[in-house]
Design a protein around this ligand. Structure first.
Ligand code: PLP
Length: 379
């Protein structure tokens, strides 16, 4: 089976991890700061805080922005559940914004319309750069200014992407950006995530929360303490990344450009092969996408048959995403189907095709052939 995504690990990656294993520190050594520095360089942003997953990063991002009980957070209906769960971890309420069918991204017009009839304005909006393409951040920042909400970019799909000539993660139009380093994403640490920000205050809060709310930094102490002591200044977590993971991350980031380049070339190959075929590939039109996913849309009536046929033929297709509020947990919270019309239509038609740096030309052609044959068979 050709998977829909797969990590790309080379000898340097392996050696980087082995080096850490043979060193003095497996965690809380020098690799995490090095990884954070590399992320700052890629995103051209001042601060980054690496943690053990993007889910943890989203949680800390919400906490750093003071999301708590009585607050409201909005995110895209078309995303992984973590983009919504983070608000609930903080005791806040969550609601969902509809998407643009053409891009799968949070729709700015749907958001603007929802804001005009909202009885409570969200404290934070979490746009998701679906499939690796940035949302319309300038429009979102305008709305944020008008209504006074904060922005956390869930850029789990979009490491290495750019928007208006700036790298995603540089936070020109947001308070915080979150990346994921899960193996299916653009670059991996096994499990891992990071939050990036221009704000020293937000970065400081996230750093504290990452490690139990504890600091050893003499500059941050609230009172004189003995030389061996540390201070717990808030209720934090253990969301730390290990040095093995960070070293793998540093090594992976050296090849990020190559990875994104390859994903884009595969997307172009698919675009050409499917042009004129009514398969409605996602539009990529707001800068360089990192092409985390390549999604086609087919008639809802044949989607499942097509999915099963492609799996049977060795093409590891997938579906991203069922609207979050269709999940049983969210249904039990009281969300009704019908809330986000476009996200629901999109979900019923979408199929994600394999795209990852190691996908060979032969495999790409195989994917195209199987897709076209299957569409022929069921149309
Ligand atoms: C993968 C993903 C996450 C969660 O990432 P983890 O690192 O696995 O916690 C969050 N949001 C989106 C949109 C994702 O795709």
């Amino acid at each position: 089976m050709i998977p829909y995504s797969r990590q790309n690990i080379d000898k340097d990656d392996i050696q980087a991890v082995v080096n850490v294993l043979q060193s003095d520190f497996l965690t809380q050594g020098e690799q995490v700061p090095l990884f954070e520095k590399a992320l700052c360089k890629i995103a051209q942003v001042k601060y980054s805080v690496a943690v053990n997953s993007a889910t943890s990063a989203l949680h800390l991002a919400c906490l750093a922005l003071d999301v708590g009980e009585g607050d409201l957070v909005w995110t895209s209906a078309n995303t992984f559940v973590a983009s919504a769960n983070c608000a609930l971890y903080c005791g806040a309420k969550i609601d969902f914004v509809d998407i643009d069918l053409a891009t799968g991204n949070l729709s700015m017009s749907a958001l603007a319309e929802k804001l005009t009839r909202a009885s409570q304005i969200p404290k934070v909006v979490i746009p998701v750069h679906f499939a690796g393409q940035s949302c319309d951040m300038a429009a979102l920042a305008d709305l944020a200014k008008q209504y006074g909400f904060k922005i956390i970019e869930d850029a789990s799909h979009a490491l290495g992407a750019s928007y208006q000539g700036q790298p995603v993660g540089n936070c020109q139009f947001s308070d915080i950006t979150v990346f994921s380093f899960h193996p299916v994403k653009m670059a991996t640490t096994g499990e891992g995530g990071a939050l990036l920000t221009r704000s020293q205050t937000l970065a400081g809060r996230a750093k504290l929360l990452r490690s139990h709310g504890i600091t050893r930094d003499s500059k941050l102490m609230t009172a004189a303490i003995p030389p061996w002591a540390y201070q717990q200044q808030g209720l934090g977590y253990n969301y730390r990344l290990t040095d093995m993971q960070a070293a793998l991350g540093v090594s992976q980031l050296n090849r990020l450009d190559q990875f994104v380049e390859k994903r884009n070339s595969i997307a172009l190959f698919y675009d050409r092969a499917f042009s004129g075929k009514q398969l409605l590939p996602l539009e990529r039109n707001t800068g360089r996408s990192s092409v985390h996913l390549y999604v086609i849309r087919v008639e809802a009536a044949i989607r499942e048959a097509l999915f099963l046929e492609l799996r049977k033929k060795g093409v590891g297709v997938n579906v991203h995403y069922m609207p979050v509020y269709w999940q049983p947990f969210y249904q039990e919270l009281g969300f009704q189907k019908g809330l986000c019309e476009c996200a629901e239509k999109y979900y019923c038609e979408a199929i994600s095709l394999p795209v990852f740096p190691g996908l060979t030309g032969e495999q790409q052609q195989q994917v195209v052939d199987k897709v076209l044959q299957a569409v022929e068979k069921f149309s």
